[in-house]
Design a protein. Structure first.
Length: 317
């Protein structure tokens, strides 16, 4: 039965091109049809096909038919208030919690990392992995990386003080682009914050998300609702009236598709003809979109802060 469930996530063709979000097939789950909680903060699909959800109410896994909440009693997960997820290079899953540190799940076992493991704070806000496989964790007290001995090594106290409470970590070539509660982008290389003159024009923005696009350009989303595309030290600013004061929470470009935007005004999409916002007026259960994920079939998954999770596709499970 297990293998039958997982095969539903296997890639069977080209990614879905969403020319019309409202016209795509939409499936939504909430606490009225099996989802244990409506409060969704992050979403990923692991290497075996499971969809994982982070919620302040718990860690949840979806097999295509039913949801499983990972509790301490049944599964040994002792974390509280999961908020960020990241697939590991070894097939494991990293889970960052709001109040109880970091967890790694592999082969049905959880390993916990806390202050005694070197983390500068146990409130985990961001997780990412660079091109060399090094794991970086952003916390409410700055950034640390995992060394070969299984311990976390924080950046210097001076650098972490300047970074503050991390919103995201984006590896770009041999540097880290870090957004936080401090204005501007902190670009860290070899443990030091760089001064890049071309970023001066956006130093007044408070950045909430970052994304490395397929063409090498960097997308940054701000709390103000503005979006910035940076390539070859040139910055293009997108300031749509419909997005004003909407936190930009993430970006994703499905295979062969347009760039999608998670925001607190709904699900946005860049296309050749402009920018489209799919929100409550067009059928989205909740305009507060926390995170986005593309599965192995090219379906687009949407995690919502108050209304569970949704899937946009042109084919059923």
């Amino acid at each position: 039965m297990f293998s039958l469930l997982l095969c539903l996530f296997v890639h069977v063709g080209a990614a879905v091109l969403f020319d019309d979000l409202a016209g795509s097939m939409q499936t939504f789950w909430n606490d009225s049809n099996g989802l244990p909680s409506n409060t969704m903060l992050d979403i990923v699909q692991d290497d075996t096909g499971y969809i994982w959800l982070a919620s302040y109410d718990g860690l949840i896994r979806f097999d295509g038919f039913s949801f499983t909440e990972f509790t301490k009693a049944e599964y040994g997960f002792t974390g509280t208030s999961p908020r960020v997820l990241k697939n590991g290079v070894d097939g494991s899953l990293w889970i960052g919690t709001n109040t109880s540190g970091l967890y790694n799940y592999k082969k049905k076992k959880f390993i916990h990392y806390g202050s005694d493991s070197g983390l500068p704070d146990i409130s985990i806000r961001a997780i990412n992995i660079d091109e060399n496989g090094r794991l970086y964790v952003g916390t409410a007290g700055g950034v640390a990386y995992l060394n070969d001995e299984g311990q976390f090594v924080p950046l210097t106290a001076e650098v972490n003080a300047e970074i503050g409470v991390v919103s995201f970590i984006l590896p770009v070539k041999d540097s880290l682009w870090i957004g936080s509660n401090m204005n501007g982008i902190k670009v860290v290389k070899n443990g030091h914050i760089l001064t890049l003159p071309y970023l001066k024009e956006i130093e007044g923005e408070n950045f909430s998300s970052g994304y490395l696009d397929i063409d090498g350009s960097v997308w940054l989303g701000a709390q103000s609702g503005k979006m910035f595309q940076i390539k070859d030290e040139q910055i293009k600013i997108y300031d749509f009236e419909v997005m004003q004061s909407a936190s930009i929470n993430g970006f994703i470009r499905p295979k062969n598709g347009n760039l999608f935007v998670a925001s607190y005004k709904g699900l946005g999409r860049f296309s050749e003809t402009g920018f489209e916002l799919f929100s409550e007026k067009k059928g989205l259960p909740d305009k507060l979109v926390s995170a986005l994920c593309e599965d192995k079939e090219g379906n687009l998954w949407v995690a919502m802060k108050n209304a569970g999770v949704g899937k946009f596709s042109k084919r059923k499970f």
